[in-house]
Design a protein around this ligand. Structure first.
Ligand code: FBP
Length: 560
């Protein structure tokens, strides 16, 4: 028998909470339809591309006194993209709802992400199999992947696999890019009269798949609490030894929600927010100056230590870098098959090829970077054409530039402190943690609700559970049309329909909280030590949601 840790054993017994509308039973629901919807931008183009699934209403569920019989259905589920705590509970919720609706229903899990549905690699879930994964972190139940489902051939193959298994609905658990795949597949299935529904589930630790209907993506709660625990521990270490400056890069491929939330939970000395850098058009040099200034001032107070939190996606928001990376992405798309680049034997040769093709201003920026970063910028793009920012060591770039700046100041006799930096990158540490009680409940509800959407014959919808700062019984279950969240963006050098990312709002209450406090936190050490996520014990430590969710919900409730 497999050996389990004590926490694993205890967590397997946890019964996740459901909104009261869903808890009364999957066959006792009524569907309430709102008004027709529009995409967030580029309405005409999105409508043209999604002729069959565009404009549907937002829906919610309420209890019905009537109980309806459910026809037999086979459903397939895919975990897509980066891991996020709670994915196993989405599958558990989906499975439980499906079996509750009709015990003859079957749930298939496609292996290794979207490629599983194309290649016909799957498992059938059973009680025994699923029970081992309840309330656990990770996506290892069926694995995940980043294959982009977008070609006619892939859709055709997916259809054949679904037909073979008699699958009439597919649930895609993923972030903005993966749910863009879900929208494309849903449209294609309707267009081709395949009779297969597609439902998405909002996953990503990055927290950037959100809007008025989706209050937060799952995994953000657990991941940010895990990073906050680690930052708190480092703060205590720094405050004890008083000799290191810790530069901590935190995951979040594009938006800075994760860094911002972790900062509010821990109150470090410096927090950079990419969206602010972009809005203020801060150059790399001005960021370095801002950080150096705080380092020097603290040193003058006798504090040669501190904590700086850096969002993973920062580099793409610095205006000169953004322009250079956009230019580089287009070039890299064309170089993928170029023999001179593919067969180049030294990294220097690759630098030269790229520099010769970049526009002169962008070539200058690229050339100014240390070789380490130049090389990292040439790493393979992800299947969606994005730079893999987790591989770019921005924290080391900043340390190197700050060191140079401090040496300059020192040579003018103005700075006599010591700068001893340590770099860290927190990302993978948080993506597979045991889901917090919040994520365990939220994910289970999202999965259960996904089956409710299927049962009502809907397609092209994202499973939505709202009112999340209230107790779970008061959560509102329903669905949002995927096309409602879409706009046109450039990918791999071409304009494509994609779900719009939610970036940090600089006028929003979450950023304001940081802005109002950061000068104080920079000089006076107001460190908070959140400690590890608690699963058992008083509700005030086990069931608190993130600062982000609380502040955003408080604002939206106040504006109603
Ligand atoms: P998703 O958007 O797929 O949820 O992934 C987010 C993320 O965790 C980012 O924060 C990070 O940049 C990226 O995945 C890392 O990807 P990989 O796991 O492929 O290294």
């Amino acid at each position: 028998m497999k050996k389990l840790s004590p926490l694993q054993i205890e967590r397997l017994k946890y019964q996740p909470k459901l909104p009261s509308s869903l808890a009364k039973g999957i066959n006792s629901l009524e569907l309430i339809e709102g008004a027709p919807t529009q995409s967030v931008r580029d309405q005409a183009q999105i409508h043209e591309l999604f002729k069959n699934t565009y404009g549907k209403p937002v829906v919610t569920f309420k209890n019905s006194i009537k109980t309806s019989a459910s026809t037999v259905r086979n459903v397939g589920v895919i975990l897509s993209g980066g891991q996020a705590p709670g994915g196993h509970n989405v599958i558990a919720g989906l499975y439980d709802a499906l079996k509750q609706a009709n015990s003859a229903n079957k749930l298939y899990g496609f292996l290794g992400g979207p490629s599983g549905i194309i290649d016909g690699k799957y498992v059938e879930f059973t009680d025994e199999f699923i029970n081992d994964y309840r309330n656990t972190g990770g996506f290892d139940i069926i694995g995940s992947g980043r294959t982009k489902l977008e070609t006619e051939e892939q859709f055709q193959k997916s259809l054949e696999v679904c037909k073979k298994l008699n699958i009439s609905a597919v649930v895609i658990i993923g972030g903005d890019d993966s749910n863009t795949n879900a929208a494309l597949l849903a449209e294609w299935f309707v267009k081709n009269n395949a009779g297969i529904q597609v439902i998405g589930c909002p996953k990503t630790i990055d927290g950037d798949l959100k809007n008025e209907q989706i209050e937060i993506s799952f995994g953000f709660d657990t991941a940010t609490k895990t990073y906050a625990e680690l930052i708190g521990n480092i703060q205590r270490d720094a405050n004890s030894a008083k000799k290191y400056w810790h530069f901590i890069k935190i995951m979040g491929r594009s938006a800075s929600h994760v860094a911002l939330e972790a900062a509010l939970q821990t109150q470090p000395n410096i927090t950079l927010i990419s969206e602010e850098v972009e809005q203020k058009k801060m150059s790399l040099e001005s960021i370095v100056n801002y950080m150096t200034d705080i380092i020097v001032k603290r040193s003058n107070m006798g504090k040669n230590f501190g904590i700086a939190v850096i969002p993973e996606g920062l580099i793409e928001f610095i205006p000169e870098m953004k322009s250079m990376i956009a230019n580089l992405n287009d070039i890299m798309a064309s170089l993928e098959t170029d023999p001179s680049f593919v067969n180049a034997t030294t990294i220097r040769e690759k630098f030269d090829i790229v520099e010769n093709r970049l526009d002169p201003a962008n070539a200058k920026v690229y050339n100014s970077l240390p070789a380490l970063i130049k090389g990292q910028l040439l790493a393979d793009r992800d299947p969606h054409g994005n730079v893999q920012v987790s591989k770019i060591e921005t924290e080391k770039l900043l340390i190197e530039m700050i060191q140079t700046k401090l040496d300059e100041i020192k040579s003018q006799g103005e700075y006599i402190g010591k700068f001893s930096p340590q770099s860290h990158f927190f990302g993978y540490e948080g993506r597979c943690a045991f889901p917090s009680n919040f994520d365990a409940d939220y994910c289970y509800s999202l999965g259960f609700n996904a089956f409710a959407l299927i049962n009502f014959g809907l397609t092209g919808y994202l499973s939505s559970v709202r009112n999340l700062t209230a107790p779970a019984a008061e959560w509102v279950a329903g669905g949002v049309p995927l096309t409602m969240m879409m706009n046109m963006e450039k990918r791999h050098g071409e304009m494509k329909p994609v779900i719009q990312k939610a970036l940090v709002e600089l006028n929003g209450p979450v950023f304001k909280q940081l802005e109002q406090n950061r000068e104080d936190w920079a000089m006076n050490d107001r460190y908070l030590f959140p400690g590890a996520i608690q699963y058992f014990g008083p509700s005030c430590v086990c069931d608190v949601t993130t600062c982000t969710l609380q502040l955003e919900r408080a604002k939206s409730l106040a504006s109603v």
